[in-house]
Write a protein that binds this ligand. Structure first.
Ligand SMILES: *Cc1c(COP(=O)(O)O)cnc(C)c1O
Length: 412
């Protein structure tokens, strides 16, 4: 008898974006003529930049000739990309990494989900609340999170990030945490963690032999020069942190698929006997068994964003989205809404008026203004009373959505 992995049955079935789609569809059935604008889902809208397109065409042509054809590449990624990453993403920030500490992947979601399988099942994990759902769900799948009660997993330390604490997570005091997930800039709140606060986490990890899994998918959106782009800007992080990065939000690669994970050689985990095992050794072994590399064309595309033209073009698109974000902040705040994020990230995290529950506000906005947001509670219990707006829309759609929100807010 083939038995099911029962941990999968513990997963909360309702996937946030499926729930949203269901509610939007119900609205559309009742209002077939209404044109709904979505500032909900976190996908980009602007096309790939010319430098990337050119590199992809060139790589495709190479595939067409036996002299330049590429089959299986290295599971860890091609050196041309690993070296470009070290040189462009880290050296300018004073971080020295070896190219063989970089593992190219098909996007950060896979690796943030997969990495937990290197760790013993009864490690105790800590996450900020609210947070990107992949971290918890991938741990649920292996049976690490306990049971789900009142919107929370019994074996997860939730570190609330709310307006009340300035969106700075506090390290749990009552229980030792083995593995800490941090996402900075944060999805969904769009808020960031400063060096001093990040240093507290690194120091905790060093002192208590914990592991930090740091998701920097949105680092390209950071504008404040004081905010670290990488956890390796903090001394000691090389010994206790793994970092995930993605070209999805940086360069519009959500459909191309490429990112990378940094596993420094100094990060290790313990056996019960106290032996230290380097995580890089385990991750390399895991990747060689379960992963056959990111496509050559995607890796050439990623390499192209490090050319002078590529850098300028990618930056122009980021500026475009951040201009959306600043228009959204200005308008929403002028209407009296309390907004966070949007300054170093393409997300606006808005408190609903009068503590309206997230889902209720979501429906009011959908029916009143025909605009879709994402209910904050979908990212964790502390997200209730907030909604997320993305700045990834086109300028026209963003402006139109803001006009509708303005008229709706003023009319009731
Ligand atoms: C979008 C996103 C990613 C990246 O996903 P990809 O698989 O690289 O497309 C990773 N982490 C967070 C928090 C994200 O929002």
């Amino acid at each position: 008898m083939a038995l099911v992995n029962i941990h999968f049955l513990n997963l909360q079935n309702n996937y946030l974006f499926a729930d949203i789609a269901k509610k939007v569809n119900a609205f559309k059935v009742m209002h077939p003529k209404a044109d709904v604008i979505s500032l909900g889902i976190g996908d980009v809208t602007q096309p790939l930049c010319p430098a990337v397109i050119e590199a992809m065409h060139k790589a495709t042509d190479e595939m067409a000739s036996s002299a330049t054809f590429r089959g299986y590449g290295p599971e860890q990624g091609y050196d041309f990309l690993r070296e470009a990453i070290v040189k462009n993403d880290f050296l300018p920030r004073g971080i020295r990494l070896d190219a063989d500490e970089i593992y190219i992947n098909d996007g950060a979601k896979s690796d943030t989900g997969n990495f937990q399988e290197l760790l013993h099942w009864d490690n105790f994990i800590g996450v900020t609340d609210p947070i990107y759902p992949v971290y918890i769900d991938s741990n649920v799948m292996i049976g690490r999170c306990g049971t789900y009660r009142n919107g929370k997993w019994t074996n997860v330390a939730y570190m609330p990030i709310t307006a009340e604490n300035g969106f700075v997570p506090e390290i749990p005091k009552n229980r030792h945490v083995d593995v800490i997930y941090l996402c900075c800039p944060n999805n969904p709140t769009g808020t960031v963690i400063g060096k001093q606060d990040l240093r507290k986490f690194v120091n905790y990890a060093l002192k208590h032999d914990a592991l930090i899994l740091f998701d920097a998918a949105y680092q390209a959106y950071i504008r404040d020069p004081e905010i670290p782009h990488s956890i390796y800007e903090i001394r000691g992080a090389r010994k206790c942190a793994v970092e995930f990065r993605s070209y999805s939000k940086t360069a519009g690669f959500t459909g191309v698929r490429c990112g990378y994970t940094i596993v420094p050689k100094d990060v290790s985990v313990a056996t019960f006997e106290g032996e230290r095992i380097p995580l890089s050794q385990l991750w390399n072994r895991r990747q060689c068994t379960k992963f056959n590399g990111t496509s050559y064309i995607s890796q050439r595309a990623a390499e192209a964003i490090y050319s002078p033209e590529g850098k300028a073009q990618v930056q122009a698109t980021i500026d475009y989205y951040m201009d959306n974000a600043s228009r959204m902040l200005t308008t929403l705040r002028s209407l009296g809404y309390e907004c966070y994020g949007g300054e170093n990230a393409p997300y606006i995290w808005m408190r609903t008026p009068h503590n309206t529950p997230s889902w209720q506000f979501f429906e009011e906005l959908l029916y009143g203004a025909h605009v879709v947001c994402t209910p904050g509670v979908g990212f964790g219990p502390s997200g209730d009373g907030y909604v997320r707006f993305t700045a990834f829309g086109s300028r026209e759609q963003t402006e139109e959505a803001l006009n509708r929100i303005t008229n709706w807010t003023k009319s009731h």
